[in-house]
Structures are given as C-alpha cells and as structure tokens.
Design a protein around this ligand. Structure first.
Ligand SMILES: NC(=O)c1ccc[n+]([C@@H]2O[C@H](COP(=O)([O-])OP(=O)(O)OC[C@H]3O[C@@H](n4cnc5c(N)ncnc54)[C@H](OP(=O)(O)O)[C@@H]3O)[C@@H](O)[C@H]2O)c1
Length: 270
C-alpha cells in the first residue's frame, strides 16, 4: 500500500490515478479531500494511515510551510516502519533559491529516499484561466523569458515509478535526485499563443512589471517564495533554463509539452 499526501493537487491527482492504473493499493490523503483527512502540520494525524505502507509520497504546500515541520512528519513515517519516501521538492533548492530544510530531513532520515526537483509547473497557467475565459486576456511578467515548464502528469509518473522502486538499467531511484522539466523552454508570450490556439479565439497578452506581478502573488504565497519565484521567472540560471534528461530517463519517452497540458485542460480556458 502506498500513501499519497497532497492527493487532490496538480501532482497528487494524476499520481493516485497512475498507481491505481498499475494495480497498486493507494491511500490518498489531504485535509479536505475525499480520501483520508490528514493535516501534515499535525503529523500524528498521518499515523493511522501508515500501517503496512511500503512507501509515502510527501508533498508540502505553501500552507504547510507556514506552520509545519517536515522532520516531525518524517519521524512519524519512520516510527511506523515505512521503508521508502519520495519527496516533491523544487529545482529552486538545487539552485539555492529555496532552503534545503525539507530535503535535509529526507536525506538524513535513514529511509530509502528519492527527491524530485521539478521546475516551473505547466499548471501555473491556471492563474490565467479566469481572465482568458471572461475577457480573452492574460497578463504575466518577463514575457519573453523562457523556462522548460513541466507537466504535473509527468512529475506524477516519475513519482509513481520511484514509489514502486521500479529501478531499471541506468535508473536507480534510491538516493536519487531527479530534476524534472518539460522538453523545451517556453516563454509566457509563447504560452499565451498556445492557449489562444486551444481557445480558438485571440487572447490579448499584457506584460506586467515585477511589482505588479508581486502584488498578485503575495495574496497566495509567502513573501520569500514570491521573491524567489520572481527571480526564477525573470532571471533564470542556465541550469534553470536547460531541459533535463531525467523525465525521459525514468519514463523512456519525451516529456509532455505545454501544448499537451493545455489541450487536456482547455475547458478551464474556454
Ligand atoms: N508550481 C510550481 O511551479 C512548482 C515548482 C516546483 C515545485 N513546486 C512544489 O510543488 C508543490 C505543490 O504541488 P501541487 O501543485 O500538486 O499542489 P496543489 O495543487 O497546490 O495541492 C496541494 C495539495 O496539498 C494538500 N495540502 C495542503 N496543505 C496541507 C496540509 N497542511 N496537510 C495535508 N495536506 C495539505 C491539498 O489538499 P487540502 O487543501 O485539502 O489539504 C492538496 O491536495 C509544492 O511543494 C511546491 O513547492 C511547485
């Protein structure tokens, strides 16, 4: 049995589906979802679902970062005798934009671990869904700075492979850090054109200043995360703009494109 935290989110939802599709027994958890109700800021709430688990997928949300301690969560997982954890981290840890606290808790746990470091999610484009639907318009900062946006469904498939310990020639999950990106870097202006094609009508694109973008993001993200995110979007390092080979190494196929993600989620923009 495999326990999936963040089970109702962009990554958790397809992850639960991927595991069920290959016949795994899955326990989805979140605070308010249909699965088991667990609040990771109260790690003891995780205990009842860990009995007999062979692996746990750990996802820390912005809410968790405000009041949670991953070390306490790991302690609960270890005490329950679960041998394997897969942590959803961020490429920003590798480029020293975010603290490595959560990764340190996992790498120092004594458990079999895998760390996933995705770049910018394709699903961040949901932020434009309302304005595209109602005004056929979208706005973003750093209009022409391209990043290799990753599809959460690819993150989920890599996570599923790591949770099952599906090693194969050239890919070992235990003690591995996988950097996950899409197949090509794409800018916000180019993303607007992809969305326009899916909608089948013109979508007006406006470039925001950094200050305008910050004012919007600060409503749903802690301030240090906003600043680090704006730094990546505006002045990515060469490594952050590079396409990583890791999705293809693990899945044996090219990563999905931003257009693939938009096609699957077109209803949100129409
Ligand atoms: N977006 C990006 O570009 C990007 C890039 C790199 C890394 N990441 C990382 O990806 C993660 C976000 O993944 P996502 O987009 O799949 O998340 P998401 O769609 O925002 O979903 C968050 C999930 O976590 C659950 N959750 C939130 N707080 C919780 C708590 N205290 N206890 C238990 N469950 C909780 C939510 O359900 P409930 O609300 O019902 O609890 C939901 O299932 C973050 O760790 C972020 O740092 C994101």
């Amino acid at each position: 049995m495999i326990v999936i935290t963040g089970a109702t989110g962009n990554v958790g939802r397809p992850l639960v589906q991927s595991l069920i599709a290959v016949g795994e027994d899955v326990v989805p958890v979140s605070r308010r979802g249909e699965g088991h109700q667990v609040d990771l800021t109260k790690p003891e709430t995780l205990k009842p679902v860990l009995d007999g688990a062979k692996a746990v997928f750990l996802l820390t949300s912005a809410d968790f970062m405000a009041g949670g301690n991953l070390q306490d969560v790991i302690d609960v997982v270890r005490s329950a005798g679960v041998p394997r954890v897969v942590l959803l981290s961020s490429q920003g840890v590798g480029s020293k934009r975010h603290p490595s606290l959560h990764e340190d808790a996992v790498t120092g746990s004594g458990l079999d671990w895998t760390i996933l470091r995705p770049g910018n999610f394709a699903s961040n484009a949901f932020q434009w869904a309302d304005s595209v639907r109602t005004q056929r318009a979208m706005a973003a900062p750093f209009a022409d700075v391209a990043l290799p946006t990753v599809d959460p469904a690819d993150i989920a498939e890599v996570a599923a492979s790591a949770l099952r310990g599906s090693d194969k020639a050239g890919v070992s999950h235990t003690g591995a850090i996988h950097t996950l990106t899409g197949p090509v870097a794409i800018s916000p202006r180019e993303q607007a054109r992809v969305i326009e094609t899916a909608v089948g009508q013109p979508v007006q694109f406006t470039e925001l200043s950094r200050e305008e973008a910050r004012a919007g993001m600060i409503r749903f993200m802690p301030e240090p995360v906003v600043e680090a995110t704006l730094d990546v979007l505006g002045a990515p390092t060469a490594a952050e703009q590079a396409v990583s080979p890791d999705v293809e190494k693990v899945l044996g196929r090219q990563p999905r494109t931003f257009a693939d993600w938009v096609t699957r989620n077109a209803a949100a923009f129409r």
